[in-house]
Design a protein. Structure first.
Length: 560
């Protein structure tokens, strides 16, 4: 599909625009460690980009060569990305927490000819996945990589690129490898025009301008962070702040005082639990009912989170429990529910500011069409946000589109009378119990996740008489469960929660028991994707052999 994106909305043109019109405006703020925080103006950032682009051009790669980025978010991550584009090549970002086998699969499948390595926590575990012959450049804050050239030494000895090359809208910009909930990642091809059209459409609903402050901490290898933070900054000239580490996260957010803030549901829950650890829910509810006090309380809590200046807050990547949305709304912060996927540039649906619609992800963005397949109930999308296809996988590409060009999302849903989309589960996540009844796990998991002790959960039970729920407790609950009294109280609370959730379900959906796993679910043990989604197939692989034993124990809460 030819893009209708205007040339001036394309990424490279936007860079040159801010370089020329706002050279002294701060583009990036980056903690450098040891209490040092550094700013880059557009002029300073573009000078480094131009120097690195000139170096990349000197390597005489074929136009469109794939160049990989393996790093946590930083100002240099974005500058490296821009230099790759300016030099005429295609960027291939990798999540900074991948297993070595996945690193190798992506680098080899993408045919990357160069790798930028930046700030990483687990480089020693990842580096066996890097082919020995692949040249590397280290960004500032990267771990030592013997034999690799450094960004700073290249910048110091290379003259900046003098011209301002542009790329056509239909040219490949990047390969974004999916997070792999159902197998090995696939390389989603997105063009410059796709990004430009999508961010232009998105900004009709999301207010970002040159005065906005954005906080980048979710992986830039993920399409949502790439769209909202990187392309949002390019489209508007907004100021991007970066995080230093988990330990400094609160201070980093408070430094940024973001006006736009996006987070995944799991982190919104963690923020809530942090507040509740200092102020019990009952006390907060009482204070919020007092007319004179409520404003002070709201401001104090949001200021403590660093979110007191937020004008637009959003959640995505997984369903947001209605109770969680309501809790933030009481504090004066409406969380927009956004829905999208890598294959449609994260641009599909979002609820509208000032019009909360709990239980839905709102209407489609401008220019996006949505329909529900009458046979499968699958949500299907059409618009200029759609990918070019999967890299080197024409059969997979064909299978992902209908014959008339609509993207098959794999999600099931319905559309209400006002045009709001409700997601009811995954087409392939449905499982049949031993009684022959189909169960959609996602809505049940939304209800389970409202318990304050639960960090992640998975409802399963194919061929069992009734489903069961597997749980990972959060750190606070895990600590309480270490002594007998704490465990007993928690078990009673979870049993009551199970009873309350089951009361809201049809008989065939009601869970026999809740199973608490001792091992934390993580990216490292391959139960979670880098975006914190549960890999159902891995849950089945690890635990399915025990399902019948757990159910036979007749316990409502099982500890393993």
């Amino acid at each position: 599909m030819a893009s209708s994106a205007l040339p001036e909305t394309l990424a490279l043109q936007r860079m040159y625009q801010w370089e020329k019109s706002s050279p002294d405006k701060v583009a990036f703020t980056q903690p450098m460690g040891g209490g040092v925080v550094r700013d880059w103006t557009w002029k300073q950032a573009m000078d480094e980009v131009r120097r690195m682009a000139a170096y990349l051009k000197s390597l005489n790669f074929e136009p469109g060569t794939k160049i990989a980025l393996l790093a946590k978010n930083s100002a240099h991550w974005m500058m490296a990305d821009w230099a790759i584009w300016m030099a005429g090549h295609v960027s291939v970002p990798l999540y900074p927490t991948l297993a070595a086998t996945t690193v190798r699969q992506i680098l080899e499948h993408s045919e990357s000819k160069l790798l930028f390595v930046g700030k990483l926590d687990v480089w020693d575990e990842m580096k066996p996945g890097v082919p020995v012959e692949l040249p590397m450049i280290t960004l500032p804050l990267a771990p030592p990589v013997p034999g690799a050239m450094t960004w700073d030494e290249i910048i110091a000895k290379t003259a900046p690129l003098g011209d301002s090359p542009v790329r056509p809208a239909d040219e490949l910009c990047t390969l974004i490898y999916t997070s792999g909930t159902t197998g090995m990642p696939k390389g989603v091809m997105q063009s410059f025009g796709t990004f430009a059209w999508s961010i232009t459409s998105g900004l009709k609903r999301v207010h970002i301008d040159s005065n906005a402050r954005l906080f980048s901490y979710l992986p830039l290898a993920h399409v949502a962070e790439r769209m909202l933070l990187e392309h949002g900054a390019l489209a508007t000239g907004a100021h991007v702040f970066f995080a230093e580490s988990l330990d400094t996260f609160v201070a980093d957010v408070q430094r940024a005082r973001p006006t736009v803030f996006f987070s995944v549901p799991r982190l919104w829950v963690k923020f809530q639990q942090g507040v509740q650890a200092k102020m019990p829910a009952e006390k907060l509810d009482r204070l919020l009912k007092l007319p004179i006090i409520r404003g002070i309380v709201k401001k104090k809590i949001l200021t403590g989170l660093g979110l007191d200046k937020v004008q637009w807050a959003a959640g995505g990547a997984a369903p947001m429990p209605t109770a969680l949305l309501d809790w933030y709304l009481k504090l004066g912060l409406q969380i927009i529910e956004a829905y999208g996927m890598t294959e449609n540039c994260a641009l599909s649906h979002a609820t509208v500011l000032g019009k909360p619609r709990p239980g839905t992800v709102g209407p489609p963005y401008d220019g996006v069409q949505c329909r529900i397949d009458k046979d499968s109930g699958e949500i299907q999308i059409k618009g200029e946000c759609l990918m070019l296809g999967y890299y080197k996988q024409p059969e997979a590409t064909k299978a992902t589109f209908t014959d008339d060009g609509w993207l098959k999302t794999g999600d099931k849903g319905s559309i209400d009378a006002e045009g709001n989309l409700k997601i009811t589960g995954r087409v392939k996540d449905l499982f049949k119990t031993g009684k022959g009844k189909y169960v959609a796990p996602a809505p049940i998991e939304d209800k389970l996740a409202t318990h304050v002790a639960i960090e992640a959960c998975c409802v399963t039970g194919a061929n069992l008489g009734q489903p069961l729920g597997l749980l990972m407790l959060n750190a606070e609950a895990t600590a309480k469960a270490r002594d007998a009294a704490g465990r007993s109280a928690l078990e009673a609370s979870l049993a009551e929660h199970l009873k309350a959730v089951n009361a809201q379900l049809d008989p065939h959906e009601q869970m026999d028991c809740l199973v608490i796993t001792a091992e934390a679910w993580s990216v490292e043990n391959d139960i979670l994707t880098p975006t914190m989604k549960v890999k159902r197939n891995r849950i089945e692989d690890r635990f399915a052999a025990n399902y019948e034993t757990w159910v036979a124990s007749r316990k409502k809460v099982v500890w393993i």
